[in-house]
Design a protein around this ligand. Sequence first.
Ligand code: FEO
Length: 397
Amino acid sequence: MTSVKVLENIYWVGALDWNIRTFHGFTYSTHRGTTYNAYLIVDGRTALIDTVHPSFTEEMIQNIREVIDPSKIDYIVANHVETDHSGAISEVLKLAKKAKIIGTAKCQSGLQKHYFGDWDFQVAKTGDEVSLGDKTLKFIEAPLLHWPDSMFTYIEKDKLLLPNDAFGQHWATSKRFDDEVNMEILMDEATKYYANILWPFSGLVLKKIADIQQLGLKIDMIAPSHGLIWRSYSTKIIEAYLKWAEGEASDRILVVYDTMWGSTEKMAKAILDGIMSEGVEVLLFRLPFSDRGDIMKELLDSKGLILGSSTINNGILPTMAPFLEELQGLRPKNKIAAVFGSYGWGGGAVKVMEEKLGKAGIEVTAPGLTVKWVPSEDELKRCFEFGRDFALQIKRA
Ligand code: FEO
């Protein structure tokens, strides 16, 4: 991939990672790869906004060379410490020996603890500005969106927001702009990104959008550090963030389960039929065949969650444990839940699921449904009614 002109004197100089399939270790599946977006602002002075994953350093430097000699870079704005954005700073500094790094105070200490470099650093606070000539960089601290060091950069002349991870999507494509790609896929990836990365910080998302409005910053374009640049649909993605952060969701239920000998699965399917009898949309996922990150994406826009697990060793199946662990970290708002499962000689799974849902801040609105060994016809009827009653609750919620 070569450099791409974004606006007058602003260039994308990042890299495409077509082959990455998991992100943040193994916590986030990236079925469509990702991009690391770095931007070069060429003015009286030159600024590089973020860099790339260290594996793509040479590719980024080559892209910079297409526009200018890297030794001419005056500033490297580090909006975020995480390695996928800061990983090439050391190498750029070998070429741009006089470049000054700009970031938050937490970014300074974070970079120091990652790279141990004695770098010229300028601490930025909200409202601070650096003039490049015609264009001026304005900085907005954005702590916990999604790390404590995170920061947005804004260019008033172009009404351009460079928010690093916020508004991103993990999608490697040969296109760079929202209006050049399939909007359904783009929003699907943006939804998954929000659910898996920004969901726990929804309160701060709302506050930051309000701060930006209060500062009177007009936004025509949002250039995140992953995925496509929002130039035609920047309003659409801001509205989607507001909706997700407020916890708005559809009348939809997810049934997520695993089964040992098929009894819990029979219960799951009878529950599903009960939900469908009320005309409520439902999605069924069996762990571990279904991808956890994909399920979280679907949960973002669903009001209800029903979890099922057979009992093993007085607890849940080990396949259910990581799902509940992640749910606890994501802290979804405005969801209601119910639980079910079969057991043999002693129960336990239902109680564990109820406890863990409570820790995730999700209200369990019905007594757990259990079946000993294999469900009878009558017990399957109870499962159907369990699903139907939960669907009625969702309609009322
Ligand atoms: Fe894309 Fe928080 O790194």
